[in-house]
Design a protein around this ligand. Structure first.
Ligand code: F6R
Length: 608
C-alpha cells in the first residue's frame, strides 16, 4: 500500500526521497509525488504511473531543491490513479502539504463540513480532507492543529506534514498505519518501512499509535496526542542494506525463493537447543498449554494457507482443536472465543489491517494472542502478547515466498512443543521430528535444482486460461498456496480444490488439455488422490504431479512428475511449495508480467 518517505537535514531532500520511494516500490503503487520546501515555499511535483515518471519530471530531484521534504507512492483507494489524486495534497492556500497512508473513514462528513465553510477541493481523495482540516485548525501552532485533526479524523493514517511557515520542521503521526522514524548525523527521516532509509541510517524509532513526531535537521521529538513529551529508545537495525537489494537476480522473487534454505535455517536453529525445542518467546506455561481448549489461527492470503497446514498438523500431532479463519471474516463473525483459548495471528508485514483487528478483538475477549510475524516492531508484533518472529529478513517481492516458508517452520515448532507438553507425542517422537526438521534447509536447497525443469514446463503454459490444483489434507493446503502464487504472479485464472471435492462440481471445468497440478505427499491419501487424477485424466486433463521420491508408479497416471525429497508427512509443505513457486514465477516471466509488483496488489495491506 502507499509508501511515505520524508527527510529534513543537511543534504538535498529530493534525491533522498526518490531513493527511499524506490525502496518502497514493493509495497505496490500507481502514482508518486513529493513536496520540497525550497526556502520560500513548498514546491510539489507528482505523476500517475511509475516512480520513474516522477524521477524524469523532477530531473532526478534537481528541479526541486531544498533540504526538507515529503514524498509518497500512492495505491489508489479513494479516487482513480491520476496526477490530481496523487499525493502530496495541499490546503487551498498551498501552505500545508501532506502525504498519507491509510483511509480516513469519516472523510465525507468532514468534507461536507469544510465545503460549508467555503473550502474547495481539488481531488477525489480522502487525504485532501486532512490537508484542509489542518488549515481549518491552524493558528500558527502546528502541534495544536495536528492534535485537533487527530481528534476529528476516524480511520487509519500515517501522515507526513509540512507547514510553509515552519520550514525547519516536519511533523508525522500514525494510527494503525506503519511509520518509522530514523536519525543520522546528516538529518532525520520518516518512512513506511526500514528499507527506505537503511542506506542512510540504522538508527530507527518505532512510533506507536496516536503519537506525534516533530523532526528538525538536528533531532526528533515525540509527543502524545495531549502534547506531552515522550522518551523513546532507538533500535539499531541489524540486517544489511544488501538484504533489500536484488543482488544480481533478475527479480526479488527469484532471490527470495533462493533464500529459503537460509531463512528456514535462521528461523529454526535459534529454537533448537540440545536436541529440544525451546521457544522462549512463547509466553505460555506448561499448565496453560495443557489447559488449552482450542486454538484459533487468524491470517490473510498465504499466511492463512500456513494456518490451514498448521490446523492439519496441530490437530493430528497435539490433538488440540484448531479453527482457521481469514482475518476479514473472523473480525465480523462474532467468534466464540473463551478465556484460555489461544489465538495465533500470522503476518509477514505485521501491518495487515484485518489481521491486526482480529488480534485486537481476541485480546478484548480475554484470549492470549501469539503473533507469528516477520517485521520487527510492526503493529502486530507490538500488540500481540507474545511474538515468535520469522527470521526471513526483508521480503521485497509483493508475493510471499521465504516468509511463507519461515512461517511454516514456526508452526511446526509450535505443534511439536504443544504435542510434547500435552503428552500427545513421546520425547523420542519429538526428537525424530527435530531430526527431520534439521534436514529441511538442505532439502530445500536440493530443490533449487528443479528450476530449469520448471521453467521449461512453465513455458508451455504461458498461454493457459485456467489451471487447477488438487490435493488432500496438507496437500490441499499446498495446492491453495500454489494456486494463489500462480494467479497473483501470472494473472492466469486458477483454483485449488480438495481432490475429493472435484466430482461435486468443479470437474465440469476440466476440458481437453486443461492443466491439473496434483499434490501427493501424504502417504495415506496417496491412492485416493491417484483416483482423482484418473478421473480428470479421463476428462482430457494434462496432469502434473508433485510427489515424494519413491512414488515412481505415479508415472503410470500422471503426464509430468516432480519429485520432492522424503520428509515426515507433517513437513512436506516446505518442500512441495518450491517447484510450485518456480512454476508460477516462470509462467509470469513468460507472460512478461511485473513479477515483483503484480498489478493491483500491495505488499502491506494496511486497509481493510
Ligand atoms: C501472497 C501474499 C499475500 C499475503 C497476505 C497477508 O503471496 O503475499 O496473500 O500473504 O496479504 O500479508 P501479511 O502476511 O503481511 O499479513
Amino acid at each position: 500500500m502507499c509508501g511515505i518517505v520524508g527527510y529534513i537535514g543537511k543534504k538535498q531532500a529530493a534525491p533522498i526521497i526518490l531513493d527511499g520511494l524506490a525502496k518502497l516500490e514493493y509495497r505496490g503503487y500507481d502514482s508518486a509525488g513529493m513536496a520540497i520546501f525550497d526556502g520560500e515555499s513548498i514546491k510539489m511535483m507528482k505523476s500517475a504511473g511509475r516512480l520513474q515518471a516522477l524521477v524524469d519530471l523532477s530531473h532526478g530531484g534537481d528541479l526541486l531543491p531544498g533540504t526538507a521534504g515529503i514524498g509518497h507512492t500512492r495505491w489508489a483507494t479513494h479516487g482513480k490513479p491520476s496526477d490530481l489524486n496523487a499525493h502530496p495534497h495541499f490546503n487551498t492556500r498551498g501552505t500545508i502539504s501532506i502525504v498519507h497512508n491509510g483511509i480516513i473513514e469519516n472523510y465525507q462528513a468532514l468534507k461536507l463540513m469544510l465545503e460549508a465553510k467555503g473550502y474547495v477541493f481539488q481531488s477525489e481523495t480522502d487525504t485532501e480532507v486532512v490537508a484542509q482540516l489542518l488549515d481549518f485548525y491552524y493558528r500558527g501552532n502546528p502541534m495544536e492543529a495536528v492534535t485537533k485533526v487527530m481528534h476529528r479524523v476516524e480511520g487509519s493514517y500515517a501522515l507526513g506534514i509540512m507547514f510553509s511557515d515552519h520550514p525547519d520542521e516536519i511533523y508525522a503521526v500514525r494510527k494503525s498505519s506503519p511509520l518509522i522514524v530514523g536519525q543520522s548525523e546528516e538529518g532525520c527521516f520518516i518512512a513506511s518501512d526500514v528499507p527506505a532509509i537503511l542506506k542512510y541510517t540504522r538508527t530507527v524509532f518505532y512510533t506507536d499509535d496516536q503519537e506525534i513526531v516533530k523532526l528538525t535537521a538536528d533531532g526528533i521529538e515525540f509527543f502524545t496526542v495531549d502534547e506531552e513529551k515522550i522518551e523513546k529508545e532507538a533500535v539499531t537495525i541489524e540486517w544489511d542494506a544488501n538484504a533489500a537489494e536484488k543482488g544480481g537476480y533478475e527479480h526479488f522473487l527469484l532471490k527470495e525463493i533462493y533464500e529459503q534454505p537460509e531463512t528456514v535455517d535462521k528461523t529454526l536453529s535459534p529454537r533448537l537447543k540440545d536436541g529440544r525445542i525451546v521457544i522462549e518467546e512463547l509466553g505460555l506455561t506448561d499448565e496453560e498449554i495443557k489447559a488449552l481448549r482450542k486454538i484459533y489461527i487468524v491470517a490473510c492470503g498465504s499466511a492463512y494457507h500456513v494456518g490451514i497446514t498448521s490446523k492439519y498438523i496441530i490437530e493430528e500431532m497435539a490433538r488440540i482443536p484448531v479453527e482457521v479463519d481469514v482475518a476479514s471474516e473472523f473480525r465480523y463473525r462474532n467468534p466464540i472465543l473463551m478465556e484460555g483459548d489461544l489465538v495465533i495471528v500470522i503476518s509477514q508485514s505485521g501491518e495487515t489491517a484485518d489481521t491486526l483487528e482480529g488480534l485486537r478483538i481476541s485480546k478484548r475477549l480475554g484470549c492470549k494472542v501469539l503473533g507469528i510475524v516477520n517485521v520487527v516492531g510492526s503493529s502486530i508484533a507490538r500488540e500481540a502478547d507474545n511474538v515468535m518472529y520469522t527470521w526471513a529478513g526483508p521480503e521485497i517481492s509483493v508475493a510471499t515466498t521465504k516468509a511463507y516458508s519461515a512461517q511454516l517452520i514456526n508452526m511446526y515448532l509450535l505443534a511439536i512443543k504443544l504435542a510434547t507438553v500435552r503428552g500427545a507425542i513421546s520425547d523420542a517422537k519429538a526428537a525424530a521430528f527435530i531430526k527431520e526438521l534439521n534436514k529441511l534447509p538442505e532439502q530445500i536447497e536440493l530443490l533449487m535444482g528443479c528450476k530449469e525443469r520448471m521453467q521449461k514446463f512453465a513455458n508451455r503454459y504461458v498461454g493457459a486460461q485456467d489451471i487447477y490444483f488438487i490435493g488432500r489434507g496438507i496437500d490441499y493446503a499446498i495446492s491453495l498456496e500454489g494456486s494463489l502464487k500462480l494467479k497473483e504472479l501470472s494473472y492466469v485464472h486458477s483454483e485449488a480444490y480438495p481432490a475429493g471435492e472435484l466430482k461435486h462440481g468443479p470437474i465440469s471445468l476440466i476440458d481437453k488439455g486443461t492443466l491439473v497440478v496434483a499434490v501427493l505427499t501424504q502417504e495415506e491419501l496417496y491412492q485416493k488422490t491417484i483416483s482423482n487424477i484418473v478421473e480428470v485424466k479421463s476428462r482430457g486433463a494434462f496432469v502434473m504431479a508433485v510427489t515424494t521420491v519413491g512414488n515412481e508408479e505415479i508415472e503410470k497416471v500422471a503426464d509430468y512428475v516432480v519429485y520432492i525429497p522424503q520428509t515426515d508427512k507433517f513437513f512436506t509443505d516446505s518442500l512441495a511449495i518450491v517447484p510450485l513457486q518456480f512454476f508460477s514465477y516462470y509462467v509470469a516471466v513468460g507472460k512478461g508480467c511485473d513479477v515483483d509488483k503484480p498489478r493491483n496488489l500491495a505488499k502491506s495491506v494496511t486497509v481493510e
